[in-house]
Design a protein around this ligand. Structure first.
Ligand SMILES: *[C@@H]1O[C@H](CO)[C@@H](O)[C@H](O)[C@H]1NC(C)=O
Ligand SMILES: *[C@@H]1O[C@H](CO)[C@@H](O)[C@H](O)[C@H]1NC(C)=O
Length: 158
């Protein structure tokens, strides 16, 4: 009987140690999460290099509205019919509220959809541990110059 009892005791001790180790940080994390919603406008001059972009991001649809930061990244065709593009995009904020912080957006979506939705996979600065989603929709498009204004709504928990 004796060896069996001490074996169960060891299991019990290991279990309580691992529970103690994981339950405390998980609780602290939960309390710190907050939700932020951001709506901004990308000024996109479809560049000659189709796979790289570096757009000015502003507060409102009016080209004269205040700048918020830059959207820098790559787009790559990611299916055989050419409709889906894989996007990896970093938003680098330069406005007063989030200066220096970034949000990383990634995903694969049909480029002809009216609303394209991608995942927010990470962030830095004020957006540590960011997770969420971002939608992109054309707000204005000039086919003669390929200039467009794209509204980007971001919803994140961080
Ligand atoms: C953002 O940070 C940079 C570098 O620290 C600084 O030069 C700039 O003035 C800041 N911009 C705003 C809007 O606070
Ligand atoms: C983006 O946000 C604006 C302003 O809140 C809203 O009017 C618009 O419907 C949103 N777009 C999407 C695709 O959710």
């Amino acid at each position: 009987m004796e060896p069996k009892t001490s074996f169960s005791l060891v299991i019990l001790v290991i279990l309580s140690i691992s529970m103690a180790k994981f339950s405390i940080p998980a609780k602290a994390d939960h309390n710190e999460h907050k939700e932020t919603k951001i709506s901004v406008y990308f000024h996109d001059y479809a560049s000659s290099d189709l796979f790289v972009f570096d757009d000015l991001i502003i507060e409102g649809p009016d080209p004269k509205s205040a700048s918020v930061g830059r959207g820098q990244g790559i787009t790559v065709t990611a299916c055989l019919d050419g409709l889906n593009v894989y996007v990896s995009l970093l938003i680098v904020f330069t406005n007063e509220a989030y200066n220096g912080s970034t949000i990383q957006i990634q995903g694969n979506n049909n480029q002809l959809k009216v609303i394209r939705e991608y995942g927010v996979v990470s962030g830095t600065g004020k957006f540590w541990y960011a997770k969420g989603y971002a939608t992109f929709e054309n707000y204005f498009f000039d086919p003669s110059t390929s200039y467009s204004i794209i509204r980007c709504n971001i919803s994140i928990r961080h």
